[in-house]
Design a protein around this ligand. Structure first.
Ligand SMILES: [Zn+2]
Ligand SMILES: [Zn+2]
Length: 136
């Protein structure tokens, strides 16, 4: 079945097949904290072959701690963070769970960057917690 999401203003929407979902994680890294304005980013990793995007996503690229360039996509009009991609991980996209129209099916299976979680947004240690980035 299709999973659908989009930004707050409605300018950008997307869909992907539920079979494309690889994992769901909270990321507590400083860059995710800054870019979301919250304690963590909640990220659904998918294979992007079924991903369809309507509207033009803007990307802000930054080199992460591990040296890979992370491009975080957002709506230029309303600022909603939507979809990210990582250099060297072709065919993979990272969907911000909060942008999904129905996110009730999301089940978190790990935390990234547990070492940098803030006191006010601690890592949920009931799931596997990587101290830093699991992709290194
Ligand atoms: Zn928007
Ligand atoms: Zn992060």
């Amino acid at each position: 079945m299709n999973r659908e999401g989009g930004c707050l203003c409605g300018e950008i929407s997307y869909s992907f097949n539920s079979n494309a979902v690889i994992s769901a994680s909270h990321c507590h890294c400083t860059d995710c904290r800054k870019s979301t304005g919250s304690g963590k980013a909640t990220i659904i990793m998918i294979q992007d072959s079924s991903l369809v995007i309507n509207g033009e996503i803007k990307y802000f690229s930054v080199t992460g701690t591990d040296g890979a360039v992370v491009s975080r996509g957002f709506c230029e009009k309303c600022g909603s963070p939507l979809i990210s991609k990582i250099e060297g991980m072709e065919g993979i996209k990272l969907i911000k769970a909060g942008g999904l129209n129905d996110s009730s099916w999301v089940k978190i299976d790990s935390n990234f960057w547990g070492d940098s979680a803030e006191n006010w947004s601690p890592a949920d240690l009931t799931v596997h917690t990587f101290k830093k980035n699991p992709i290194q």
